[in-house]
Design a protein around this ligand. Sequence first.
Ligand code: NAP
Length: 476
Amino acid sequence: MDATSMLIGGQWRSAIGTGRTEDVTSPYDGSVVGTVPVAGVRDVEAALAAAERGASVWRRTPAHERMRVLMRAADLAEQRTGEIGAENGKTITEATAEAGRSGELIRLAAFEGTQLYGDSLPLDANPGTGLDKVGFTLRQPCGIVVAITPFNYPALLVLHKLAPALAAGNAVVLKPARTTPLTALALAACFVDAGLPEGVLSVLTGPGGELGDALVSDPRVRKVSFTGSTRTGERITRMAGVKKLSLELGASCPVVVLPDADLELAASAVAVGGYVNAGQVCISVQRVITHPAVSGDFLDALVPRVQAIRTGDPSSSETTMGSLVSLAEAKRVEKSIADAVAGGARLLTGGDRDGAIVAPAVVADVDPACALSQDELFGPAVAVSTAADWEQAIAQANGTAYGLGAGIFTADVAGAVRAMREVDAGNIHINWTPLWRADLMPYGGLKGSGIGKEGPRRAVAEMTEEKTVVLHGRPW
Ligand code: NAP
């Protein structure tokens, strides 16, 4: 791998025909952190042609051999953590923690790829069928998986697709976010250096708006696994045709604080969960719904904790919140906060912008119907509103187009049970915020937040297909 190449079917190369490249820059200070090719549709064709060859080799490779390659890749990812994850303005502490999960995530997926069990079918329980037939199910890889990933967790969100897809025996064409291709290339190099056969993995760097349609609509592709905005996800569903789709999309995650909650716990968890990665996390706390009786005390506990967040140079270990991914994103977030305040909300702290950094904000008295509650913010602000009773709190929590994560703070088991039954979110946390994930757990959204689940076991299931086989003997 040289410094300016992408991976097409096992070869590190430049863009076909054009040889075009572009710089990857730090959103904090504009410095160039790398240079990558700008792929075009001819590169898409080359990657898919290679993937067709790769898929036929890899599906015939026994699971134990696939696992050995992935286990070697996991070791390499751990040895190379310095190359992974620090290109999008997140703090060095956050980037290092993210990169540090890579090896274990690959190992979890490697194991799941060896667990492609099927069912034995009791066909004789069906009237008219005797004991002369044997039925069972067989799982096999989908074939070619197109994986498209966003910028905010450039290592983990790539690996949540790549590792299970490869473990299950698929070939993969990966299109990482244009702002974070370097981490994806560094991770791909771990798999190549671990002995992945040629053709099995390609990484195309370049604009999703130009490459996306060609990738997701190609009939050779059987499965598209996408993480990104709901808008792009909707386009993919229209373009893909008859394919398997996994979509991990946008969110506006609520936290409900009930009157009997431990307010110190809730405030300290929200002061983390709303601001990790500068709020650019799909499971970030965007909305807090408090009971009016505890709202003042909750805000008194929250605001000083948010004011203690130290913004600045992401490469400094002193910094606890870095920049947004771009100046344009920082301006958008600044405006969303200002619009809510112009509409009657109260800004208790933060909200001003310095370059691509937005000061962590707490906004109170937010109308649950306004854009700061309804639209995904993807920035460092928490919108606080009140609800007088359970019905209102649940209605507000469920009152957006999304359903990815939610948190409930309460000391009452009955309240917790009611919340887990009635809140429409794919991940629900009792006495914590939605910003929590163990890589092995099933993870995915309801409603506009997506279709399907990730987490190695579920992802392997979604990246394989099931055949029903019947062996016909003769009556004896
Ligand atoms: P995005 O703009 O939708 O981009 C995501 C990926 O899609 C990028 O690789 C992008 O390429 C590509 N893309 C753009 N246009 C495309 C098209 N027409 N066809 C196919 N691919 C296309 O999202 P983002 O701003 O990077 O990420 C933030 C979003 O991701 C948020 O909405 C967040 O909630 C969501 N997210 C969801 C989860 C989850 O688990 N639910 C996790 C993380 C993030 P370019 O970069 O080249 O444009």
